[in-house]
Design a protein around this ligand. Sequence first.
Ligand code: NG6
Ligand code: CA
Length: 525
Amino acid sequence: MKSTLSRRALLLAGAGVAALPRVALAAAPRTKPNIILIYADDLGYGDLGCYGATALRTPHVDRLAARGTRFVNAHSPSATCTPSRYALLTGDYAWRASGTQILPGDAPALIRPGQFTLPHMLKKAGYATGVVGKWHLGLGDGKVDWNGEIAPGPLDIGFDYGYFMPATLDRVPTVLIENRRVVNLVPADPIRVDYKAKIGDEPTGAEHPEQLKFKGDPEHSNTIVNGISRIGYMTGGKAARWKDEELTDQLLGKAIDFVAERRDKPFFLYFAMNEPHVPRAPHPRFVGASGMGPRGDTIVQFDWTVGALMEKLAEIGIADDTLVVLSSDNGPILFDGYDDRAVELAGDHKPSGPYRSGKYSIYEGGTRVPMIVSWPGHVREGHVSEALVDHVDMVASLAALVGQALPRDAAVDSFDMLMPLMGRSEPGRDHVIEDTKLMVTTGSTVASSGARILALRTGDWKFIRGSVKPHEFHGNAIGTLRRHQLYNLANDPGERENLAGKMPDLTARLAARLDKIEKDGRSRP
Ligand code: NG6
Ligand code: CA
């Protein structure tokens, strides 16, 4: 408690304050703010108005940015979901652990009970902790019985409350779990899931394309749920299946319940939203809202939902006591398995902004994501920060905020970026590691696991370590060559001119530095 207060005192009275007239001092600040982490799914650097999008309007998120600090050098820990979330919640880069690639919907729990986690740390600091939305970090011990108690899961790694989807919108089982049980499950209609072979006699997208709202590629052509064919096969649980069009409102409702019920003591809500991940099936009130088809419409839905949650905070009187962080688990992608016309309707919109490629890629578009932090009266308002930060820093930074010490062997890549996150210090980290790892699939069967590709960003330089074999995914060259690549992001943000051949010494130095960070098993001092 004492260290929290002194940290807060530092924030409020620190040297920076005088120089930052727009930061108002809160009258009687609560010792520990509520924390809401809004994590979008596949939202790109260029997908928000406040990051330069003109074809899409995102007034609610833009307002959040105007009330806080907007980061232009923030990174998700990886270019796909599971590893980013793993790093966000543990403070360890995912590439240090095995099994940290995109998981199927029936994968075992990746973060094990007893492992140090962000919610666990906040719980120790007196927070009520909850996750609402996308999990995608595995559940159970290997063979999940969807009809019984599902554990280990969020409740076993530090969350007091969970209302979540097991994996992704496009993976079975398409049901919601509240704490340890599937919501609305009728015992007479048990759920079974298989990722290898068809079970039951429900139609699949491959057999019955005429039943689909939009066609899927072969990987997305298994069991049809709600007119959308998914990855993987399921049977049963009919009453428990979500309706894609209603899902976001349902999750918002749970998020609101969570914060409203806990308004009198500090809470941490990890609100893991689905937009604009595939399949994109927004609520009818958003259909056509963007003029960009389903992908744009789900971004409008995301923006509206963020606005509704913020409005609720104001209504229940906790807006000034709540630190909100909004970001995305990886970069954007237009075509990701369903014929939803995202490519065709994007027009001039650039989902990655000025950066190259997007989701799955080791180029900047893969992990350079929008990130906004707001806490009225505390986080600098209307500020654009160039600080280099990574979601892996959330653990150490929030630990500093709430006065928790980190065990030496935990959160090994998490840096205390509290001051930069508050908009009060610019340099941030001196490096980040970017990461991608693909699960290469044929049909619905995992054929082989893709290579792990790492890059080191430091100063103006971006070094991509050459990897074993080149990769393509959905026809997107994700940027791996056998040979090393070196880019100067100051002159060449689009990573077009590989300088590795011209600058062999620097390339070798950065390669050695990356190897060392990997070998050391930690990067936090
Ligand atoms: C991929 C899926 C893709 C998406 C992704 C996970 C195929 C061909 N593609 O394997 O559609 O579900 O996994 O996205 O199966 S993420 O945002 O959760 O990482
Ligand atoms: Ca994602």
